[in-house]
Design a protein around this ligand. Structure first.
Ligand SMILES: *[C@@H]1O[C@H](CO)[C@@H](O)[C@H](O)[C@H]1NC(C)=O
Ligand SMILES: *[C@@H]1O[C@H](CO)[C@@H](O)[C@H](O)[C@H]1NC(C)=O
Ligand SMILES: *[C@@H]1O[C@H](CO)[C@@H](O)[C@H](O)[C@H]1NC(C)=O
Ligand SMILES: *[C@@H]1O[C@H](CO)[C@@H](O)[C@H](O)[C@H]1NC(C)=O
Ligand SMILES: *[C@@H]1O[C@H](CO)[C@@H](O)[C@H](O)[C@H]1NC(C)=O
Ligand SMILES: *[C@@H]1O[C@H](CO)[C@@H](O)[C@H](O)[C@H]1NC(C)=O
Ligand SMILES: *[C@@H]1O[C@H](CO)[C@@H](O)[C@H](O)[C@H]1NC(C)=O
Length: 555
């Protein structure tokens, strides 16, 4: 038996170089983008109906299709997204068990056939073409850890191994392609989690023997075929934690494109080990949990600290995927209904380092709990483009794109905590003098108005615009900003004279470079002179902010 823990140590040295070189160009092309995650069955129906019922508790198919997705690309693009991730596309097991059917796509049976419930070969080709015509990327959710077999046995049954029907699995049609049957008993023991099955007695999920070269070659060949047939631009690797880590590395080289792999762990060391050694990107679970601490518990120290810790542990936090909801975790709206807190967590998710991936329905403030409840049919919200969070996402995507046009390396620059108040958090990202400053609040929408004074690294006299409300503030002679806070809403500040071209606050979108902006004020001089020392400055500001916390006047 292969001990993956030993392989970790062994693979460390070589893999770092591989990750740095062969896949670098691809990840850079993704860094400036933001991804909208759909679950095909629950996103849009072919007939476009918005009333068709869908009972999330029952876990049955609700009728969403790729054709339906094509017809709703305006809805996705209207928020400014330039990438779409679709749930797995291959044929799944048919039939149902007590907790439902394979509506989610994670129970693969035949890798070389498409999921007939979602559409045809032509439908998927058309979806890919429609996505690309809009200048968007297509990401495919990909299951390489396991296949599926519906065994439907009582819990605890010892007959699972003999009931798995390998013959119908394509192309892995014999038990020799799989690890011997065992059920995971300790999800924190990586050997156990990688050699045994993630499934149960109802739906067995035979665990592919990804240490075998033959299995590796078959998976790589299959992925390459899907990628070229449907012009896929990037992959999400489902259950990456359960795949032999060395194979993740090999698979990444074989597909030669951006891959983000699901490792559902809150420990920074584990997450960063994965990025440093095996896969260029993983969803940022440590920051996700710290965001929950901030915006459900009001703990502002944890998030600010975690931002610093991750920076020191992962070789590139800007390559991770930033998220605050997905199909596997309870929605934020199920933890608190407060819309202001929802705005704050969304703002941080979109503006923090990494590639944001927003799960369908977060923009509608849906409130489903843990799976399957967080997989509501989004059509029931009638694709409301006037919802508060829909409009917020559009603004956040607009400012991201605008700054990227001004500073093409913006998305490779790191976020720094610059302020921490009793219930506020300030972060900045970007070049000194033209950085984006986010001021978040953990107070919630019932809080009243007050003024908050914080030190900033803009020079006195600089005017900054809160891009969410189009209100200007002027930095005082001591390089402090006094911001008007109200109802727990976030503030996002950017130098006012750099707003032209942004598509925000009545400025039309223009493809304008920084040089073309013709900035004359002090902040422009600063941005030239302080560029190299940006990190030191931010670190100084943070210590200053921390020691000043007690001086902040909260009215
Ligand atoms: C959904 O199905 C469950 C289980 O069958 C049932 O208890 C519940 O009432 C249904 N909900 C709706 C809204 O129909
Ligand atoms: C598996 O499929 C291959 C290729 O179609 C075939 O040659 C082989 O006989 C099958 N094996 C089993 C055990 O069915
Ligand atoms: C982890 O799991 C493996 C395989 O199931 C087992 O052999 C090993 O003893 C476990 N390690 C610990 C520390 O429990
Ligand atoms: C905030 O979270 C950190 C890390 O989880 C913890 O150590 C600290 O005690 C928490 N602070 C408060 C006030 O709960
Ligand atoms: C905040 O400051 C502004 C400008 O000085 C002032 O007009 C406003 O009344 C203050 N708001 C509160 C709630 O104190
Ligand atoms: C904010 O400042 C900019 C630059 O000085 C100015 O053009 C703009 O009109 C101001 N906006 C508001 C709402 O005052
Ligand atoms: C914006 O301008 C730059 C430089 O001229 C160019 O490389 C880029 O493709 C343009 N982007 C768009 C969206 O037109």
């Amino acid at each position: 038996m292969v001990s993956s823990i030993d392989l970790w140590r062994y693979a460390g040295a070589i893999s770092f170089a591989l990750l740095g070189s062969t896949q670098a160009a691809k990840i850079d092309a993704w860094k400036s983008r933001s991804i909208y995650q759909t679950m095909t069955d629950r996103f849009a129906r072919t007939d476009g109906s918005t009333t068709a019922p869908c009972n999330t508790t029952q876990g049955l198919h609700c009728g969403g299709t790729w054709r339906g997705t094509i017809d709703r690309l305006d809805y996705i693009q209207g928020m400014g997204f330039d990438a779409v991730m679709v749930s797995p596309i291959v044929e799944n097991v048919d039939g149902h068990v007590s907790y439902g059917e394979a509506y989610h796509g994670y129970w693969p049976q035949d890798l070389y056939s498409l999921n007939s419930k979602f559409g045809t070969h032509q439908d998927l080709l058309d979806l890919s073409e429609a996505v690309h015509k809009r200048g968007m990327y297509l990401m495919m959710d990909t299951v390489i850890n396991n296949m599926a077999s519906m065994t439907n046995l009582p819990t605890g049954s010892s007959k699972v191994a003999s009931e798995i029907d390998y013959q119908i699995l394509e192309p892995f049609n014999s038990s020799s392609y799989f690890h011997p049957y065992c059920k995971i008993t300790d999800w924190n023991n990586y050997t156990n989690a990688q050699l045994c099955q993630t499934g149960d007695e109802k739906v067995a999920l035979p665990d592919l023997f990804t240490e075998h070269v033959e299995v590796q070659d078959m998976l790589e060949k299959w992925a390459q075929k899907m990628i070229s047939t449907y012009s896929i631009d990037g992959l999400r690797i489902d259950a990456a934690k359960h795949v032999n880590p060395d194979f993740l590395l090999k698979f990444g080289d074989a597909v030669g494109m951006f891959m983000t792999g699901e490792v559902m762990q809150r420990e920074v060391d584990i997450i960063c080990d994965y990025q440093n050694r095996y896969i260029q990107s993983v969803p940022n679970y440590p920051i996700y949990y710290s965001m929950l601490n901030a915006f459900t518990l009001g703990n502002t120290t944890d998030l600010a600290n975690q931002v610093e810790v991750m920076k020191n542990s992962c070789h590139d936090v800007t390559g991770l995927v930033s998220f605050s909801e997905n199909h596997d975790v309870a929605r934020f709206g199920s933890m608190t209904e407060d819309i202001a807190l929802a705005k704050n967590i969304l703002t941080f998710t979109m503006l923090f380092d990494g590639i944001p991936m927003i799960y369908q329905g977060q923009e509608q403030h849906l409130k489903g709990g843990g799976p399957p409840l967080c997989r509501e049919a989004i059509w029931l919200s009638n694709y409301d483009t006037n919802s508060e969070l829909y409009k917020l996402i559009a603004k956040l995507n607009a400012i991201r794109k605008h700054i990227y046009r001004l500073d093409p390396d913006y998305f490779s620059m790191q976020t720094y905590p610059v302020f921490r108040g009793g219930s506020e958090l300030g972060f900045r990202k970007g070049i000194e003098g033209r950085q984006l400053l986010s001021l978040l609040s953990t107070q919630g929408s019932k809080s009243s108005a007050y003024n908050l004074t914080m030190p900033v690294s803009f020079l006195g006299g600089t005017v900054v615009t809160d891009i969410l409300n189009c209100v200007n503030y002027t930095v005082n002679a001591r390089s402090e900003l006094t911001i008007s806070m109200d109802k727990g809403e976030p503030r996002v500040l950017f130098p006012a004279e750099m707003m032209p071209g942004s598509g925000l606050c009545d400025y039309p979108v223009v493809n304008v470079s920084f040089a073309e902006l013709k900035i004359e004020s002090a902040s422009a001089a600063v941005s030239a002179g302080w560029k190299a020392t940006g990190n030191t400055m931010a670190a100084m500001m943070f210590s200053a902010a921390v020691s000043m916390t007690s001086l902040v006047v909260l009215l």
